[in-house]
Design a protein. Structure first.
Length: 484
């Protein structure tokens, strides 16, 4: 245990001004994946812990992001399978869906998981205070709504992120949707423009297409999902077009107008030409930014990074103030829930004197498009751009017997290895089951497994994971079920 934490005062008092004063070892601002996980780990480490959250526990991921999206992805996947029933020799004469029932099921799932977090915090004897935290001074917080004052030894900042606003005329109109409102499922329009072809935009595009909406995706970059290799993006684009999704790359939205009949006109600049899309609704999904304005960082002596778009932290999530840590989206290192949780654990463990460090390169990324994408480490493109001498092994799912039996042959597994050390440094899976297979290749990258050791593993047959084995063998031109 660091410092004199064992001797910390553990009494709550009422001050002269009527405010309840709580003394704790660790205070956490934010109850999302970084905040509630760090709180539990602090408690596991024997620290008296206080968590402050102004909204629902679980943060954006659980309430407005990951879980609602994946619930609707499951619905979309089921609808897509029904439309393909004849491919499996099954006749489905007619089917429909109830938007109200889908919405209710989504809310039930979210509520059950929030209740689970509440139970875990209570079980770990963590004090949860509802309201917005403000900094009185270094070592002291106030929560005005609950009339609380919190005296802490260590502070973990985990206020998350907020949506980026699109700075074009018409984007601030009240009927312009964002990802949160799309997930509320108030209605399914006949046509929809989604501005932003990143992870959020593409996942929502596939969901709404499955629900019968004509979707147009407008992406300013030359490629949707610009962080993956071009061959991976191509798999998703082919699938999107089959479902009727129109993808416009290198297209910059310049303005949004509402015409007298209520339709939306989205004006674009694409390849030097002006274009216009006429649709019922418009959604903006151009990403999120760190919520660095949640607390007064100046009072804490906490610095921002060089780009001023996130809190500066070291490898143990410590800020420029050694008693203040930051975890999750507010650091702007990797805006993913599992990265936030890992950062929260590392911060809590460092406070308790335990080893650990955060390496952004080892954070896997799961993208729930159709088909799914899973990635970890270096992409082939990224490695070559850095001047690395690499080997690549790529195996198509159409040569995998389980994928053929499932009639899910779109996609491939690609593995990247360093030619000098022969260590596997990256992998990407595009296809059925990609997000579940992702943990397999993440272990290879995180543990620095060499080609020789990885190729000794026997994979069960028939499974999708055999494609990973074949891709590894393909690094040295020894894949069995494909001509090399």
């Amino acid at each position: 245990m660091r410092g004199d934490m064992d001797n910390a005062e553990r009494k709550n008092n009422v001050s002269d001004d009527g405010m309840t004063e709580i003394t704790c070892d660790a205070a956490i601002i934010g109850g999302g994946p970084a905040g509630y996980v760090s709180a539990i780990r602090c408690a596991q480490n024997g620290l008296k812990t206080v968590l402050v959250e102004k909204n629902r526990l679980g943060g954006t991921c659980l309430n407005e992001g990951c879980i609602p999206t994946k619930t609707l992805v499951s619905v979309a996947g089921f609808l897509n399978q029904l439309r393909r029933a004849e491919d499996f020799g099954v006749s489905v004469r007619d089917f429909g869906y109830s938007l109200e029932k889908i919405r209710d099921k989504k809310l039930q799932i979210v509520s059950s998981l929030v209740q689970g977090i509440e139970f875990l915090l209570k079980k770990n004897k963590i004090t949860v205070i509802r309201g917005s935290a403000s900094v009185l001074e270094d070592g002291m917080l106030a929560v005005e709504e609950g009339r609380h004052r919190i005296r802490y030894k260590y502070l973990i900042l985990a206020p998350g992120s907020v949506p980026i606003r699109l700075p074009i005329p018409g984007a601030d109109a009240p009927d312009i949707l964002d990802s949160r409102r799309l997930l509320e499922l108030d209605d399914v329009p006949e046509s929809l423009v989604i501005i932003g072809g990143g992870i959020i935009g593409m996942e929502l595009a596939f969901i709404y297409a499955a629900l019968g909406c004509k979707v147009h995706v407008v992406e300013a970059m030359p490629q949707i999902l610009n962080l993956v290799d071009p061959d991976v993006a191509s798999v998703v684009k082919r699938s999107a077009r089959k479902l009727g999704i129109e993808i416009l790359e290198s297209a910059r939205a310049t303005s949004i107008e509402t015409v007298p009949d209520g339709m939306k006109m989205v004006n674009l600049e694409r390849k030097g030409q002006q274009e216009t899309l006429a649709v019922q609704r418009v959604a903006v999904a151009v990403g999120r930014r760190a919520n660095i304005g949640a607390v007064d960082l100046g009072k804490l002596g906490v610095e921002l990074n060089d780009n001023k778009d996130g809190i500066r932290v070291n490898e143990v999530m410590q800020t420029s103030n050694p008693s203040v840590y930051a975890a999750g989206d507010v650091t702007n290192l990797v805006m993913l829930a599992h990265a936030a949780s890992r950062q929260g654990i590392i911060a809590a463990d460092h406070i308790a004197g335990k080893p650990g460090c955060f390496d952004p390169r080892l954070v896997p990324s799961a993208i729930f498009t159709f088909p799914e994408i899973g990635h970890v480490g270096f992409t082939e493109k990224e490695a070559r751009e850095k001047g690395m001498e690499v080997l690549t092994g790529k195996f198509p799912l159409k040569a995998n017997s389980k994928a053929v039996a499932m009639q899910e042959t779109e996609g491939f597994v690609k593995v990247v290895a360093d030619n000098g050390t022969r260590k596997i440094i990256g992998a990407t899976i595009a296809g059925a089951g990609a997000t579940e297979l992702l943990s397999l290749v993440t272990t290879l990258v995180a543990c620095g497994i060499t080609i020789d050791d990885a190729s000794r593993v026997i994979y069960a047959h028939p499974t999708l994971s055999e494609a990973v084995s074949e891709a590894i063998l393909g690094l040295t031109g020894e894949a069995i079920h494909i001509a090399n």
